[in-house]
Write a protein that binds this ligand. Structure first.
Ligand SMILES: [Fe+2]
Ligand SMILES: [Fe+2]
Length: 229
């Protein structure tokens, strides 16, 4: 008989159990921007061994869940968590990484010409993310909060569709950075700054996946439920 996990959407699986994110990260399965796909569709599209993924999910399901279950939190609480955890961290991390990349390009750009494209791709990601964070913090999140607290009827379908579109662009930049660095593999001639740059970019990728997942699969469905009240 087919495992019930196969019929579930990958984003919904992580919303139920955040430990599952570790499995999807291991198998390079996009549970944020492509979170609407079922596990079966994802495994078929990526040609991943579905049986291996299912065994890993069942193993994770046995472990204690350390993260809070956000599916039962209010939209206001989820927004506060997103801003405090992900937005503040990004605003500190992006400029730090930008200067680190500049330094590594100066030292290794000649022997690693791919670094120049890492630098330009990161600069575009940096610029787009700062605009995106501002739209969320100044325009969309306050509207969601007032919709929840005042029960005032309004539709946020358009601004949310635009944020989801931004998330897809972010994912494209991340895929490009991963491909340029061969999955953040450390070259033999890498100095310490080069190594720290690759580790930090890999961490940024994981953090952005969790961040986008919180918005696409946890916060935005709550907005749909508020609109349907
Ligand atoms: Fe955000
Ligand atoms: Fe976002």
């Amino acid at each position: 008989m087919q495992d019930p996990f196969l019929r579930e959407q990958v984003g919904a699986l992580v919303a139920k159990n955040p430990n599952f994110a570790r499995v999807f990260e291991t198998y390079n399965i996009d549970y944020c921007c492509k979170g609407q796909q079922t596990l079966l569709e994802t495994c078929q599209a990526k040609r991943v061994d579905a049986d291996a993924v299912i065994s890993a999910l069942h193993a994770e399901a046995q472990k204690p869940i350390t993260e809070r279950d956000w599916s039962h939190a209010s939209a206001c609480e989820v927004i506060d968590h997103i801003e405090k955890t992900y937005h503040i961290h990004l605003k500190q991390e992006l400029p730090r990484l930008a200067s680190l990349i500049d330094k590594v390009v100066k030292a290794h750009g000649k022997s690693h010409p791919e670094l120049l494209e890492v630098q330009t791709t990161f600069a575009e990601l940096h610029k787009d993310l700062l605009t995106h964070l501002e739209v969320e913090e100044v325009e969309v999140f306050p509207k969601i909060k007032s919709m929840e607290t005042s029960s005032s009827p309004s539709s946020l379908d358009q601004p949310i569709a635009s944020l989801i579109n931004d998330h897809e662009h972010v994912e494209k930049y991340l895929e490009r950075l991963s491909s340029l660095t061969n999955g953040y593999a450390v070259p033999q001639d890498a100095c310490n700054s080069f190594l720290v740059m690759l580790t930090s970019l890999k961490e940024l990728e994981g953090n952005l996946h969790r961040h986008v997942h919180m918005e696409n699969s946890i916060l935005f469905p709550k907005v749909q439920a508020l609109q349907a009240r």
